[in-house]
Design a protein around this ligand. Structure first.
Ligand code: IMO
Ligand code: MG
Length: 428
């Protein structure tokens, strides 16, 4: 195989989990490199549905070593629960490794996330409220606690007792809420540490060895390109680096060890949370897509905003990720629409047509999409397994998308199940 990054090419929720699960059949390792339990990755196997927030989607394949690498932030309570659920379903978890350098989400991060959102009022980001942003903030401010600290009882207590007074000063002074008690946090987190200790190790050498020797490592992206802290629609972004380059930052593997980048995209666009969304459909077509695509958050249950495919964003994603292939999903959801639209450019209020992504898109609420309109298709395609068997209008849609982005489509997805996949080119 090859070392491949699987990256979200839109605003998250592109069904990366399904693509990872498919490719993991031939992988030796699957590594989550960024984000935390703001992610929600679903994998359907037969009648069983698995929802992962932290554990890599490769866990369903017994030969795969699954790594939560340095770039991930970990809420230990959530991870313990996820591991226990897997055990209860009879899945082996011994091949799970957690980086000692991954940062820990603490109770004050979750509270801070919620208080900051409330304070933003109408400018709120619509975060998942899981403490992700504050945990990454503390990492950059060098007052974070890492998994290696957590599983060392002495170091954990020392770090917490040094950091908590500052956190409490902020919480009581600025937000006027009750301070946290160090003893309580220590008690709760020591129990998590005892449970997780056996999984914690130094992962950079492990990932490097697998990437250079086996050459079959999958780097599992979370979130999506447009949510990247630097390259997304700032400030309506997450606090980490979902893009392919994040796989290097978040695992310690150099860029020359990466052989390819698969951008995962839906055949339309969704966004959950606030922020600009040029192709959003607030009419009944938006609801049609939401219901057919079951577009409700895996993590928060929020209804997702739905809209037509945005090629400006996808071309940008192809560029910033160095995408070698696209995995295009949810094609079945568009069945039954008389016509399908593709946004090929943005038009500003002054009438200027842009085909490139502006760095201040978040503030360009006046931007209007320029659409190309294609005929729709009526037939149910969820049982189709080859490109030839797709209705010709669906085929034409895929070809046009491929042409506009300039990156080959490797696979099409026509439903959530493993077998509802049409392979056009094998990226492995
Ligand atoms: P997966 O991996 C979709 C969005 C939130 C919010 C913004 C910041 O399932 O694709 P955060 O809690 O990260 O500080 O929220 O980012 N967001 C996601 N949207 N899918 C995700 O992950 C997301 N993770 C974060 O809705 O707008
Ligand atoms: Mg999600």
């Amino acid at each position: 195989m090859a070392n491949l990054v699987v990256v979200g090419a839109q605003w998250g929720d592109e069904a990366k989990g399904k693509v990872i699960d498919y490719l993991a059949q031939d992988a030796s390792m699957v590594v989550r490199y960024s984000g935390g339990n703001n992610a929600g990755h679903s994998v359907t196997v037969g009648q069983e549905e698995y929802k992962f927030h932290l554990v890599p989607s490769g866990i369903l394949h017994p030969q795969v070593t699954c790594v939560l690498a340095d770039g991930v932030v970990i809420d230990p309570g959530v991870l313990v629960k996820e591991i226990e659920e897997l055990c209860a379903r009879g899945l082996p978890v011994d091949n799970l490794k957690i980086s000692a350098a991954a940062h820990v989400i603490l109770p004050y991060h979750r509270l801070q996330d919620q208080l900051e959102e409330a304070r933003r009022g109408e400018h709120r980001i619509g975060t998942t409220g899981r403490g992700i942003g504050p945990a990454y903030t503390d990492k950059a401010a060098r007052c974070g606690i890492r998994m290696g600290d957590l599983v060392d009882p002495v170091r954990f207590e020392e770090r917490l007792r040094a950091i908590l007074p500052i956190k409490n000063a902020l919480l009581t002074g600025v937000y006027g809420v009750e301070p946290f008690d160090a003893g309580q946090i220590l008690k709760e987190y020591r129990a998590h540490a005892d449970y997780l200790r056996r999984f914690v190790c130094d992962t950079p050498a492990l990932v490097h060895r697998a990437a250079s020797t086996d050459r079959s490592v999958l780097f599992e992206g979370a979130q999506g390109t447009m949510l990247d802290l630097d390259l997304g629609t700032y400030p309506y972004v997450t606090s980490s680096h979902p893009i392919a380059g994040g796989a290097c930052l978040g695992t310690g593997v150099g860029p020359t060890l990466i052989d390819g980048v698969i951008g995962v995209a839906k055949s339309y666009t969704t966004r959950v949370g606030a922020g600009v969304f040029p192709t959003e459909l607030t009419c009944e077509i938006g609801s049609y897509i939401r219901e057919r695509g079951r577009e409700y958050g895996t993590t928060t249950g929020r209804p997702r905003r739905c809209g037509w495919l945005d090629i400006v964003a996808l071309r940008y994603a192809a560029q910033v990720n160095g995408m070698t292939y696209i995995a295009l999903g949810h094609l079945d959801v568009l069945s039954g629409l008389p016509e399908v639209k593709i946004c090929v450019a943005y038009r500003t209020a002054e009438g200027v047509v842009m085909t490139g992504m502006p760095s201040d898109l978040a503030f360009r609420t006046e931007i209007a999409p320029v659409y190309e309109v294609l005929p729709g298709w009526d037939t149910d395609i969820s049982e189709v397994r080859t490109l030839e068997d797709l209705p010709c209008n669906a085929r034409a849609y895929v070809r046009r998308v491929e042409e506009l982005i300039g990156v080959p489509v490797a696979s099409l997805s026509v439903g959530p199940a493993r077998e509802q996949t049409i392979l056009l080119r094998d990226p492995r």
